[in-house]
Design a protein around this ligand. Structure first.
Ligand code: CO8
Length: 261
């Protein structure tokens, strides 16, 4: 059997790791042990020399219906504060250097929406149900939702969604730029996510990691600093073997055979 209780890990395509949240009775509510397993699986895929991209998904019915409300209900301020509740969630934003595609079908609410927002690319179904409903529980987003959603869709829209707790559809997510693409069916979503992951995994791992790193810097740095950061990393790639391999293959009209060095 699997080492994991709340997730499943597979390699559905060459170079592609897939983590499937699997806590169907609670619509993949993100209890602490689930997050611990997720972090362990992602670090392992990140360290695997064969994996080039990762797809994170749930079920057709739910990507994740949020943090586990039953676990949170009795929590006190001091326990949350001193126990650094939720802090381990964002481990994936620093520990995972490989591209992470969230394939979202069904509910992606609260912490589920925030988990998707932590990924590098969101793909979803047209009917996916995104939202930050925490206000309806007498609280607020706690895993980056107020920051990442606001950067993704602007202040006025984010404020409206977070203050009302209203959900938005996968089609809206695509229109607003939260999701890169919305697909008509669950099957099309999974095929699209795996295909994109396969495409990414076929590129030079050095270049892919650098590309992810510089795009993410755009979220943290002012433009001038970000452009300088990009240039430094760009310059450094002239020290990689794959830059020589890629440009020589172009000149010779051949397919590049990456060394990943
Ligand atoms: N936590 C715990 N259990 C849940 C959760 C959840 N977030 N969501 C669903 N479940 C459980 C239900 O309790 C139910 O269990 P049971 O069968 O034992 O009663 C089972 O999953 C199925 O759910 P429903 O019967 O409600 O299914 P429906 O199809 O009728 O409804 C909904 C689906 C609309 C998704 C509904 O379940 C719902 O509203 N869920 C809660 C959504 C929500 O408010 N999410 C935000 C949670 S707060 C949050 O995420 C804060 C994040 C802060 C940062 C991170 C903190 C750790």
């Amino acid at each position: 059997g699997s080492r994991y209780e709340y997730i499943q890990v597979s390699e559905p395509r060459p170079g592609v790791g897939q983590v499937t949240l699997h806590r169907p009775k609670a619509l993949n509510a993100l209890c602490t042990p689930l997050i611990t397993e997720l972090n362990a699986a992602l670090s392992e895929l990140n360290a695997s020399p064969t994996i080039g991209a990762i797809v994170l998904t749930g079920s057709e019915r739910a990507f994740a219906a949020g943090a586990d409300i039953k676990e949170m209900a009795p929590l006190t301020f001091s326990a949350a504060y001193t126990g650094a509740f939720i802090e381990s969630w964002s481990a994936l934003t620093t520990a995972v250097k490989k591209p992470l595609i969230a394939a979202v079908s069904g509910h992606a609410l609260g912490g589920g929406c925030e988990l998707a927002l932590m990924s590098d690319i969101i793909y979803c179904t047209s009917s996916a149900n995104f939202g930050q409903p925490e206000i309806k529980l007498g609280t607020i987003p706690g895993a980056g939702g107020s920051q990442r959603l606001t950067r993704a869709i602007g202040k006025s829209k984010a404020m409206e969604l977070i203050l009302t707790g209203r959900s938005f559809t996968g089609d809206e997510a695509e229109r607003w730029g939260v999701a890169a693409r919305a697909f008509p069916t669950y099957e099309a979503l999974m095929e699209g996510a795996l295909k994109t992951a396969e495409t990414i995994a076929a590129h030079s791992k050095v270049a892919v990691q650098a590309a992810k790193e510089v795009v993410n810097k755009s979220q943290d740095l002012p433009l001038r600093d970000g452009v300088e950061y990009e240039r430094r990393v760009f310059h450094s790639l002239f020290g990689s073997r794959d830059q020589k391999i890629g440009m020589q293959a172009f000149a010779e009209k051949k397919k590049a055979e990456w060394s990943h060095e």
